[in-house]
Every structure is written in C-alpha cells, then in structure tokens.
Write a protein that binds this ligand. Structure first.
Ligand code: SF4
Length: 698
C-alpha cells in the first residue's frame, strides 16, 4: 500500500467524523477510496484514530441512496411498517419530479399559514451548505425555525460562553495543552470520542503536566491523570463550586486578572461562601481533601486549561455547569495566554462551522441576533431580499413539540436523524409520522427518512467540495475524491434547486461563491478566503491579515462584551429532573463508543468498525450484574418512564454500581427510547446524561 502504483490518485480532505478535524489523504483506486492516511493538518499532525483510518467504506455501501424517492400513494410511514424491505414504502422518481414534489408540499404549507414549516440542518455538511440551509428557511419561509444537532450537544456550553466571555467558540486550540502546566478534562471521554486530541492529552501527562480528570464514569484517560474525580452524576455544580470556594478562601485567585478583566466578582465570591468542600463531599462524593488539592493545583499553576464534553452540557443544569468552568478559569487568570483556555470539545466534524453559519434559531450567521433590526437589514441587503421574522425561532425539541401541537406541519431535514438522536424517541417518531409533508435529504435511508414523503439522495463528504470548521476554529477544506453513487448530488446543489422552486433567485455555480457571500456577513471570516483555505490547508479564525494563519489563542487583551470584561455568573445546585426511586433505582447515562459515531448511520455501515463493535450493548458494574443475576454477554432489560429496551450487558468496573452506561448508535436497542426530554432552560438541551432506570434480567 505504500506503493503509489496501488492507487490512481490522492486527494486531501478532512475526516467526516468528530470535531477534532483530522486532515486525511484519500488513496483512490478505480473510483473507490482504497485506504486513508493521516496528513499534517494543524489539529492532527498526521495522526488518525480507528474511525478516520478504517471507517471510510460506508461511502461505498450498497445501502447508499442513488435515486430520489417518493412515498407510494397510501404507504404507511415509519420504521416498522416493512422492516425487511424499507424501500417498499417508496417508488423511484426523477430529480425533477422529486424536487417538484418536495417544494410544492413545503410551499403549500407556507402559503396556507406562514410558519407551518421548520428545518433541521446538519453539522455533517459543509459551512456553505449549512449557510444555504438556514438562508433557505429564513428567506424562503420568512421565519427562524431552523436548528441542528448543536442543540443536542453543546448548546448549553455555547449559551454560557456567549453570556460570560462574549463568544461561543473555544478560547484556545486543544493543541495548546503542550504549553500548559495543568489541565482539567471534565465530562468528556476523549480517548473514545476525540481520540486524536486524547493523544495530545496523554503526551502532556507524559512530560509531567498535571492532568485532572473529572467524570462520573471511570475512563482510560485516568491512567494518565494525577487526580481522577469520579463524582456522583449530576453534582457538577456542587463539586466545581467547592473547588472555587477553596481558591477564594485561600486567596489563590489571580486578583490582578480578576480586577483587570472581569466583572461580578463580589457576587460570585459571596455565593461561593456556602460551598465548603466538607459540606459538598457528601453530595458529590469526592473527598474534601481531593477537592482542596485540585483547587490548589489548578490555581497555583502558571498555565492551565479546561476541556469539557457532553457530560457537562447534557443536563438541565448544563449551562450552570459551563458557567462554573468559565468562572474557574477566569478567577485563575487561565485565559488568553499560551497554555491557558476554555475548550468545549465539539462533537461533529462541522458543528462549530454549522453554528457559525447560522443554523441556530436565535442567531443569524456569526451569532448575530435575529432580534436586532440592524443585523436583519444587513442580511436582507446581502441576500437582496428576505423580510424574515424578528422573532427567535423554535429549537429542535420545540419544533417536534410544535408538530404534536399541530403548529408545524412540514419539515425539511438535511442529514439529521431525529428518529434516533432526540430524547424520548416515541414522542419524536410520533411527531415525524404526524407531519403532513416531510422532505429528507441524506446519504442513506435513515430511520428518519422512513417517515419521509420525499427522499433526496445526497453526496457524502468525500464526494464534494466544501469547508468545515473544527473544534479549534480551524477552517479546512474537503475536496471530492470519488464521484457520488448513481444520481446522488452535493447538498448545496439540492438545497439551491429547492430554493428556486420556492421562488428564490439563487444562482450559485460553486461552493466558493457561497463562501464569498458568507464572508460579507460574517466578520469571523475576515482575511479568510476560499483560495487561502485551499492553498494553505487550514486557516484559524480570527485571522488578523491575509497572511496571518490565524489566532490559536484569543482574548489576551479583553473580551468581546460591552466594556471588554468577562463575567462571573454564580450557579446554584439544581437536582436532575428525575431522581432514582424504588421503581427506577439506578441512573442511566448515554454516550458514544470509540468505533461508533452518533446514530450509527455511517459507522455501522463501515465494515471494520461494524466488525469490531457489531452489537447493541450497555455497561454495568460486575457487582451490579451479579446482584441482578445477569452474566456478562447475556441480555438485560432496561426500563425508564419512557420505555424499555433489551440488549447485551457488559461488565465494566468504570461504571459505578448504581449506573448504566448506554451507547446511542444502535437502532435495535435505541438508547433514546429511554432518555428524558427535560431541557436546560438556557441552552434548551435535553438531559441525556441522567435518567432514572430499572435494570433486570431479560
Ligand atoms: Fe476523525 Fe476525530 Fe478520529 Fe480524527 S479523532 S480521525 S477527526 S474521528
């Protein structure tokens, strides 16, 4: 395979899975990707994990959609109508017929009653495609009912960052850990979910950096940590406030930084008086002496970083959890210098870019509020029309509630899979079934597509051009390596064809033209051009000049808030929405596994990944399994107030005795049939990380 004669061409792109954004070289033979190597991108420096290296052949899977589909007259909607032959619901159609059917159904609902249509865009698409999708909903339907999966992963982190530092993106790249003395990793399992980032974390520990891991579930990163705080699920605020209490009472905070760069310190300091470690220990389960040690280590270090994942964000108090992390970094002055920073590890390969591009119901591109008349009129000028609403739109979960209420009757869903990804799936699937008109655009007939009236076959990321923005704010470019199968087409082309049928005067010939338009309304892209990204491979935003590769660290001289100061927002303890009781005595938490990514549509069709991890599974402590009379490998039944599933049980000492860990990639035992739809009031994110559950032998 090292022999260049073994392939016909070599094409550079970006891994389509997680937010690390590893650059790849695709070796193409006979119009198929034969293998993938890592190349020297700024985030990965040649490294790849098992997904990036071996998870590529889903693009050649026989399940790929190759022709547009229209639901047969009278065919039922749903996943279980004819599970052996899901295509029997549909008939093949020409592009003309399918696009006409898709657009006319949406236009009918729009023209009948305005806000009857909503859209879910995708963080799996390029920046240009995300931008066009939100523009279509806003310009074509006149409202802001457009959202995407950020609502299910880091919406609460973004809400807290916007509130307190004035920007939703990371303040420093994860690679800055090489300059840090101490790093906290909380509510994240990077060895499984951001594996290449984890290699930098392990190197940091190897050279003597103090790595502090905080997670209710044990994880293999703890082998490299100086401290592992396995706190009780849902007690983040108690634990973090106790750590900050020590820093304040022992006068370890950076007084000069607090006075020079922050506001609301007195309120935070007064609030923290009630969180002595000895009082929080019984709540969070972490010994007071450990809380004190961690506080001293973090506060007295010259440089420190905080990384967090969805263990922090996916709670009804997710925004409060992030507020605590922001306060902790600020009080120690650990922002704005090499080796310092706040870094929510983003999940999908373009969730940062899709959010930047405006796939959010309350913000136009670059987080500019839809409620601001000046912002709206500047976009109306760029778009040469677009008298869209000044009201914030509905979020992912609100849209599905609005379907049940009969308010939303039509949806355009691009690349998202709410029939697997949303909490309380029976509720989500019933909403999809209730829609009067559903258009789904994807690369496979996903669980969501089985509810569609029209299915539009899209190109996969390795089959098209486009930019994506990773967790580090690095804008990178994918180039087409292989042609899409059959009649599948790039998403931006399909969205444009729909827009034209909805009466919009769009005439983009290439994604580069979309990028040029985005720049006009997005100051974050100043000095970044399509040509630069293509020739340089990556440009980090913000970039200060046409030859500046971009700023890996921001906010060294103030924050983009009024007055230039960051804010301390105190957080109080809020219990999870439902707590274990006699009927549901254990705690259910969900997440991802190394081999599978999100709802599994891609990785379960990747031959190597599927071979390694082929079966739905959950993890419990060996003693819990013994108590329940379940041997490892046998079936177990999990039941919550939403429903029941049966799947294989694994023994895992990393899971505490009162917990069940459940991956959400497996449709045959879909985790989200069990999860709680209660949401954080600020980030509107569901509480995927905590539900009361009963486990029993099946
Ligand atoms: Fe892809 Fe993420 Fe793995 Fe890198 S770490 S190869 S971006 S899945």
């Amino acid at each position: 395979r090292g022999d260049s004669r073994a392939f016909d061409r070599e094409v550079k792109s970006v891994c389509p899975f997680c937010g690390v954004g590893c650059q790849v070289s695709l070796k193409v033979k006979d119009d198929e990707v034969a293998w993938v190597d890592g190349i020297d991108g700024p985030a990965n420096e040649g490294r790849l994990c098992v997904k990036g290296r071996f998870g590529f052949d889903y693009i050649h899977h026989p399940h790929r959609l190759t022709k547009p589909l229209i639901r047969r007259e009278g065919a039922l909607k749903g996943m279980n109508v004819d599970p052996g032959n899901p295509l029997s619901h549909f008939r093949e159609a020409s592009w003309e017929e399918a696009l006409d059917a898709a657009a006319s159904g949406l236009a009918r609902l729009r023209d009948d009653a305005g806000e009857r249509v909503a859209g879910f865009g995708s963080a799996k698409c390029s920046n240009e495609e995300a931008y066009l999708f939100q523009k279509l909903i806003r310009q074509g339907f006149g409202h802001n009912n457009v959202d995407h999966c950020t609502r299910l992963c880091h919406a609460s982190s973004v809400a807290a960052l916007m509130e307190n530092v004035g920007s939703g993106a990371v303040t420093a790249t994860f690679n800055q850990i090489e300059n840090a003395d101490v790093a906290i990793v909380i509510g994240a399992n990077p060895i499984e979910n951001h594996p290449v980032a984890a290699t930098y974390f392990k190197q940091f520990a190897k050279r003597g950096g103090k790595l502090i891991v905080m997670d209710p579930r044990g994880q293999s990163l703890k082998r490299h940590a100086t401290h592992m705080l396995q706190f009780r699920p849902g007690t983040d605020v108690a634990m973090l406030n106790a750590i900050m209490h020590v820093i304040v009472t022992e006068q370890l905070y950076d007084r000069q930084y607090v006075e020079g760069f922050t506001e609301n310190w007195d309120a935070l300091a007064a609030h923290l008086e009630g969180f002595a470690p000895e009082e929080m220990e019984p709540l969070c389960g972490v010994p007071a002496r450990t809380l004190r040690e961690v506080a001293r280590d973090f506060a007295t270090a010259t440089t420190g970083m905080i990384f967090w994942g969805m263990g922090v964000s996916q709670h009804i108090h997710g925004t409060d959890n992030s507020r605590c992390l922001i306060s902790l970094a600020l009080m120690c002055g650990h922002v704005g210098r090499p080796g310092t920073g706040l870094h929510p590890l983003r999940g999908q390969n373009n969730v940062q870019g899709a959010s930047d591009a405006g796939l959010i119901p309350m913000f136009l591109p670059d987080y500019q509020p839809v409620t601001d008349e000046g912002v709206r009129s500047s976009f109306a000028e760029i778009w040469k029309s677009g008298d869209f609403s000044d009201q914030k739109g509905l979020t992912v979960t609100e849209i599905l509630d609005a379907v049940h209420a009969g308010w939303v009757q039509g949806m355009y869903i691009l690349g998202e899979n709410p029939a697997m990804s949303d909490p309380d799936l029976d509720h989500a699937r019933a909403a999809l079934a209730k829609l009067d008109h559903l258009v789904v655009q994807d690369i496979f007939l996903t669980e969501t597509a089985m509810y569609a009236d029209v299915v539009l076959p899209a190109a996969a990321f390795y089959e098209k051009s486009g930019t994506v923005t990773n967790t580090n704010r690095q804008v990178q470019m994918g180039h087409p390596a292989v042609p899409p199968p059959g009649q599948a087409r790039p998403d931006w082309e399909i969205t444009q064809d729909l827009a034209r049928r909805l009466g919009l005067d769009w005439s983009y010939c290439d994604p580069s033209e979309v990028f040029a338009e985005m720049k006009r309304g997005m100051p974050s892209l100043d000095n970044i051009t399509w040509a630069r990204v293509a020739s340089e491979g990556a440009v980090t935003y913000p970039s200060q000049s046409p030859d500046d590769p971009g700023q890996p660290i921001v906010f060294g001289d103030g924050f983009p808030r009024e007055g230039g100061r960051a804010r301390f927002t105190p957080a109080s303890i809020i219990a999870p929405d439902e707590t274990p009781d006699a009927e549901f005595p254990m705690i259910l938490t969900t997440g991802r596994q190394l081999e599978h990514w999100h709802t599994g549509a891609m990785t379960r069709r990747a031959s190597v990944l599927d071979a390694v991890e082929p079966e739905a599974n959950c993890s419990l402590h060996p003693r819990t399994l013994r108590r329940l009379g379940v041997v490892p490998g046998a079936d177990i039944r999990l039941t919550t107030r939403r429903g029941s599933i049966t799947l294989m049980a694994r023994a895992d000492r990393a899971v505490s005795e009162d917990m069940v860990f459940l991956p959400f990639a497996f449709v045959e035992a879909a985790a989200n049939l069990l999860t709680n739809p209660a949401i954080d009031p600020f980030g509107m994110i569901p509480e995927f990380k905590f539900a009361a559950v009963r486990a029993e032998a099946s």
